[in-house]
Design a protein. Sequence first.
Lengths: 484, 484
Amino acid sequence: MKRYEKLANQLSELIARGDLPAGARIPSVRAACKAWGVSAATVFRAYYLLENRGLIKALPRSGYFVSEAAKEAMRQTAHSSPREAASNSVNISDLVFKVLHTIKQAETIALGSAFVDPALLPTARVGKSCAAVNRSTDLSTMVAGLPPGHDGLRRQISLRYLMAGLAVPIDEIIITSGALEALTLSLQLLTSPGDVIVIEKPTFYAALQAIQRLGLKVVEIPVDPVEGHDLTALALALEQHPVRACWFMTSFHNPTGVTLDDSRKEALVDLLAKHDVPLIEDDVYSELHFGPTPVRPAKFFDRKGLVIHCGSFAKCLAPGYRIGWAAGGRFAGALERAKWMTTLSASVPAQRAIADYLEHGGFDRFLHKLRSQLSLQQSQMLDAISRYFPADTMATRAAGGYFTWVTLPDHIDSIRLFLAALENGISVAPGPVFSADGAFRQRVRLNYGYPWSARLERAVATLGALCADESRCATALAGPVRVR
Amino acid sequence: MKRYEKLANQLSELIARGDLPAGARIPSVRAACKAWGVSAATVFRAYYLLENRGLIKALPRSGYFVSEAAKEAMRQTAHSSPREAASNSVNISDLVFKVLHTIKQAETIALGSAFVDPALLPTARVGKSCAAVNRSTDLSTMVAGLPPGHDGLRRQISLRYLMAGLAVPIDEIIITSGALEALTLSLQLLTSPGDVIVIEKPTFYAALQAIQRLGLKVVEIPVDPVEGHDLTALALALEQHPVRACWFMTSFHNPTGVTLDDSRKEALVDLLAKHDVPLIEDDVYSELHFGPTPVRPAKFFDRKGLVIHCGSFAKCLAPGYRIGWAAGGRFAGALERAKWMTTLSASVPAQRAIADYLEHGGFDRFLHKLRSQLSLQQSQMLDAISRYFPADTMATRAAGGYFTWVTLPDHIDSIRLFLAALENGISVAPGPVFSADGAFRQRVRLNYGYPWSARLERAVATLGALCADESRCATALAGPVRVR
């Protein structure tokens, strides 16, 4: 067990025994460092874990306190439909929508975006493929695009798996309208209304939306920004609940950026196999690893066909084309059926274009360049954050992708920061959009998918200044936050 | 009230009073014609209605009998998840899948297909548009495709509404991945698991699948092949159940081909408005009217914004492109959100291609030709059916689209016919795929979307011969039917 886990567990026990009752103040991060002889990072991570578990709460400029609901939170329960469970005065759904809509505002600096700068992508080359292969079209091309999808495209995807060390037969691959469809289709397939599923906390907001639509109950597993998923909590959830599926990002997790290492991925797969619970693995950033070799997905360790691995070309090649896929394991046949019944085929011109590009366009050469560019931009972003943000800000350094998950000082409210930033023409993704209950109000996700520039430098400086301006972003301000 | 409705109601009363107990034989069609001095068509339609209501049943080569469950069926109830409700030995879902899969078999004569012959469509011209507009692509084109969708495409759709006499503002139109996504998204938006919705019987099988996925309860409203939806039954359902939405095809209904006339459409809209119940209107065949002017959708009569009108280019222009839309009425904003959260945007290359074609490709000129071609093919198909099928076969003549709904003689089982036909390289759509409970076993849907040929002529002749061959298709054959 890691130092921060020990520390968190010690505090949990004190809370469980009632030694630390609801409302009791716990040491500030600085005081805790001195008292226990550990680094600030260790205390941060311990508190982070406790906050995720609902045991402690940060109060404005006062520090950390044992939450009123701590006792109840010790007994982990599956709650229904996240939107109903939200006890926060902010409508998270409205907030998500507002963040998404900033993509459409060309003048906004898109630090809240979930996409890489399209100017970094080979859009002209993909357009050339699209034009070349779609000029002629007939019955056979239309039929070839029907589920499970274009054969050439599926063969190319299978080859990419092979390069990452996985042998995934073409038969297992079903082309979808973006990874999002692969994920929600898998969830629909594996569950009925009222079923319990396990998700991450924090998580991708589309997962929360899908769960709400399908009337599912959820158990949330904390994701530590350094270690990843809390497998102890997962084991407990699997013991206590009739879990029908898990939906996890095991590499370059959105929003924290964390990647489970191989041994933890294997442990995760083994744990789920023991309970015969399928894993829906969201791996849309897999091509964007900064290291020299691909990061293995959890599916690599799957021996029972329980992992549905969902990928996409939207994050690393052609955002608007909406081409993703599921490698469905033992569920591939059922997924193919579900695809027939929901949206029939993925758009055929897009399937043909991507297939042609993958075969002839030089994807690997391009990815090689993109990866070092993103890695450079990460350093530039983290450097700017350290220069402009308050001293006790923490930002994660991921091993791939283009997100950093930023923990702001205690007294900052990320929703207020989001609103103040928007007024300054800057979007950020405030922490609460990544949970059902409005948690993570001291956190924001920042995107470094755009090449560094004086404009970006100024934007980060503006965010830092807003954080320092208590009249704009402090948690203590009276009255509810109005998002609409 | 029409003659056949009177006749059906008279028989219903006899059954309700117990004068005709369960198991009692009712007059054969021929006997009834003589006895009551009405045409065979009137008796057929009366019996059709009674069968739809679950009051009578056809038994192999014996005639019609009052069903065992008649008493219960008099009290109309909402049943849950159609798949569970199916008491039939055939797995309807397997059957649907088998029918769908025949599309992929190039050698099969696709009388069971839901598509028009792609050779009749201007695929080369659309491909030219696709190539021309997608050669160059950048951030702005990607962003322009995000919900609610490509502006130029939405403008063209709004213009087409205008030509049909409807003023639908662009703001109301959301582009989707085919009409199927527009329909299921609307259903998701309007309901929660356990809610009651009203559908048609017979209905489009994707509606049944969506209902099952979403855990909804359904009330089925009979659709008469001549008059359309039974509005009396609908009024009763609205009185008795907390109905959250209706999903209807009001023009060129699939599978029957029937179109509600204007006065009945208006009555439908008024009835729903009285109860404040939204209508999801599936109108994917709207462009394929045989008459000189477009047929008005129910949305034309909507004054409260309660109708979500769903259309598509998949049936009349470009099947593989997967471009459809919803004109969302008062739900347009919520639908746009739902689209963001489920599959993000529809494929951008396809949106741009269709928009360009609609503006420059001569869609109206093409449609003019297609409509007369389909009308001709309808006559050829109906003529062939009358020549080759048994004498007491009835086939509907729709005012548009490319389906005829064929009622076979009493002793024919359409699932056996489907299987026997497949062995002969011919697909048909057997009646049971259009209901949750395996009804319509004496009916098949035939497609006349392919230009008439000696090959088609032979196929219809083969079907006719199979119907006459009792060893192949008779209901009386022992043992369950195996579909897989």
